[in-house]
Design a protein around this ligand. Structure first.
Ligand code: ADE
Length: 422
């Protein structure tokens, strides 16, 4: 019998559910911390009666978060947080096997993307999960009639947290949001090791280029940029870093990277990767200074980091030369290769971050949803309490069979004292 969730869903193809289910199970094996929370949620049902509206990358890892919330008693409507990140088979399995209402198709256009977000909001959710803050922004801008029923929200990514802090500064944010991104067990692992690996994975899958010996220009040295730079260096690239923040630029230098302006890096680089969360960090004049044959891509949340209209203006001809690789031929014959239309390369050409890091991110998410359900935080941007954040690290270590050192009583006393010195 068709459930209301199934009936409402808008996905690419229900026949993909079997393949999606296998994929979800594979990731589940790699997500022991989330599995532990799921077991507890199954027993305690802390989310009974909660209607969750989620806007997340629809991957096998997200599916395991959705399963966890369902086991806790939540009813879920889910849309994609990027038009090109949806794994259609996972979307099908979520509908068929886990009774989640899903509104997403890989490759949907902007209109369909926002239609899907509105479909999620039509279910009158009491809690939102967001990745990039489009859902939270939309409900404030266009759906004020349901604002009153929303207890709070979570935000998964740096870009989203920046937007939400701007909303809070403008006194526009009407409910509490837990910035899951800001948990140590999120950004130190997901943003650094997750983005680092999945971005290089995407570039390699799309192009099969050798990274060793290349000059890789990383724009932005936040946690994602640091991860990308270290993985590129690990594969034998010479890494150039661009950043506007002096401390980060200095850190990149002492990490062994060359640091310079974008104008200086443009004619040097073989591969350009943006990871800033900002707009047009590689502009038309930079594209115009690049060498023949360069590869350009983005791993920041939105596709605005590259000035794509500027690139199109420079091009005499645009041709897809391989899946996800578009050649822009300039007037003088130089060829610049743009990957995945400038969207998140780790999703367009790869599978997003590995399950082992999403395990920690989504354990934080599940705990944040539970906290929002059982507490009344003020409107504004909040962090997950450090105890919950650090518990994720403890559980992760336990799952890996790693025991760490403990303080002795003498050391604890020493740490708490001030009298003892030289
Ligand atoms: N963000 C980055 N990688 C992800 C993944 N695998 N699933 C969901 N969200 C992600």
């Amino acid at each position: 019998m068709s459930s209301p969730q199934k009936a409402a869903s808008e996905i690419a193809d229900m026949r993909l559910a079997g393949a999606g289910n296998q994929r979800i199970d594979w990731s589940d094996q790699l997500m022991p911390v989330l599995r532990g929370i799921r077991r507890r949620f199954r027993d305690e049902k802390p989310l009974a009666g909660v209607r969750v509206g989620a806007c997340l990358h629809i991957t096998s890892e997200t599916a395991n978060l959705m399963r966890t919330l369902c086991e806790g008693g939540a009813q879920i409507a889910l849309s994609a947080s990027s038009p090109s990140s949806t794994q259609d088979e996972v979307a099908a399995s979520l509908v068929a096997d886990y009774d989640v209402a899903v509104f997403a198709r890989r490759g949907e256009d902007t209109e369909a993307y926002y239609q899907a977000l509105n479909s999620v909001l039509d279910t009158a959710p009491s809690l939102l999960l967001d990745d990039g803050a489009d859902l939270i922004s939309l409900v404030h801008k266009e759906r004020p009639e349901i604002l009153g029923g929303i207890r709070g929200a979570t935000e998964q990514t740096t870009t989203g947290v920046l937007r939400l802090r701007a909303m809070a500064r403008h006194e526009a944010l009407e409910f509490p949001v837990i910035a899951v991104n800001d948990s140590e067990t999120k950004y130190l692992f997901n943003n650094r090791y997750g983005t680092g690996q999945s971005t290089l994975d995407g570039i390699i899958r799309a192009t099969n280029v050798l990274i060793a010996g290349k000059t890789v220009v990383v724009v932005g040295y936040g946690w994602a940029g640091r991860g990308v730079a270290s993985r590129a260096a690990g594969l034998g690239a010479s890494v150039v870093v661009i950043d506007v923040a002096p401390v980060r630029a200095l850190e990149a230098l002492l990490d062994g990277c060359r640091v310079m302006s974008m104008a200086k890096a443009a004619p040097l680089g073989d591969i350009f990767i943006t990871a800033t969360g900002n707009k047009h960090v590689i502009s038309k004049r930079h594209f115009n200074a690049m060498k023949d044959g360069v590869i350009i891509c983005n791993c920041g949340h939105f596709d605005v980091e590259l000035d794509l209209p500027g690139l199109a203006e420079l091009a005499q001809e645009q041709t897809e030369v391989r899946p996800l690789v578009e050649e822009f031929r300039l007037l003088d014959g130089r060829r610049l290769y743009l990957l995945g239309e400038g969207r998140l390369i780790n999703f367009t050409a790869a599978e997003g971050h590995p399950a082992a890091v999403m395990d920690m991110s989504f354990a934080n998410q599940a705990q944040a949803v539970e906290l929002l359900t059982h507490s009344s935080l003020e409107a504004g941007v909040h962090q997950l309490p450090q105890g919950l954040d650090h518990a994720v690290a403890t559980l992760k270590l336990e799952s890996l069979g790693i025991e760490i050192e403990k303080l002795t009583d003498e050391q604890r006393e020493y740490q708490a004292s001030w009298e003892e010195g030289t």
